[in-house]
Design a protein around this ligand. Structure first.
Ligand code: DC
Length: 217
């Protein structure tokens, strides 16, 4: 039987970091679905495509090749864009782009194809509800918005991305609202997810809690 772990949660809730660690500990393929929406956003920026031009954005989502390698780098049409998809410009437009229903359909299908028949850990906003509703383990990670902004600020500093704490907090709050009010694929809490508030927990503590749930089942 394959192991399928689905994690949802808002930006900065720690899902990427813990999914990465768990994928190594459990030998799972890690899929960062936010990176895929970010690739569509980056490609749209490069083609000077306005946010209003949904037809073009859908055409781009259909056309581009998105791949991950074993070192968890993200490739857009063969180019390593792992850093470029985290810039301020991409972060500002990715949530509205991810609200386009047809873009979601295209990416959900790609995500399901990547996961098919594999032992995976996948994280995003609609993984437990839409992409992998039959996952063996479902988690919702959360944290206070100030803590999430602080984490993202530190991550950005490490990667050399210039954004003030205030700017990050504002961007996160806008995305939270947008991500929770989508026509399709909204971020939501459900009864079958294990909810973990990571505000006052270390990364190791979150990983430990998740491993306990996984071992229990
Ligand atoms: O996880 P992230 O912050 O890199 O995600 C970037 C954006 O992509 C986020 O604002 C919402 C969107 N997203 C989505 O709509 N569905 C997903 N499964 C993953 C991300």
């Amino acid at each position: 039987m394959s192991i399928v772990i689905a994690i949802d949660g808002p930006a900065g809730s720690g899902k990427g970091t813990v999914a990465n660690i768990l994928s190594e500990k459990l030998g799972l393929v890690y899929i960062d679905t936010g990176a895929m929406y970010r690739c569509v956003a980056l490609a749209s920026l490069r083609e000077n495509c306005a946010l209003e031009d949904q037809e073009k954005i859908i055409e781009i989502a259909n056309r581009i090749q998105i791949e991950f390698d074993e070192e968890r780098r993200t490739f857009l049409d063969g180019e390593d864009v792992s850093g470029l998809i985290r810039t301020k410009e991409v972060s500002q437009i990715v949530s509205p782009i991810s609200s386009i229903v047809a873009v979601r359909e295209i990416l959900v299908k790609k995500q399901q194809d990547i996961a098919h028949g594999k032992n995976v850990i996948m994280e995003g906003r609609d993984i437990t509800t839409v992409v992998l509703p039959d996952a063996n383990y479902k988690f919702y990670l959360d944290a206070d918005v100030d803590e999430r902004a602080k984490r993202r600020f530190l991550q950005n500093q490490e990667s050399g991305i210039e954004m003030s704490l205030e700017e990050i907090k504002e961007n996160i709050m806008k995305r939270d609202y947008n991500d929770m009010h989508k026509e399709v694929g909204s971020l939501m809490r459900t009864d079958d997810q294990v909810y973990i508030d990571t505000t006052h927990l270390t990364i190791d503590e979150v990983v430990e809690k998740m491993l306990e749930v996984i071992k229990e089942k």
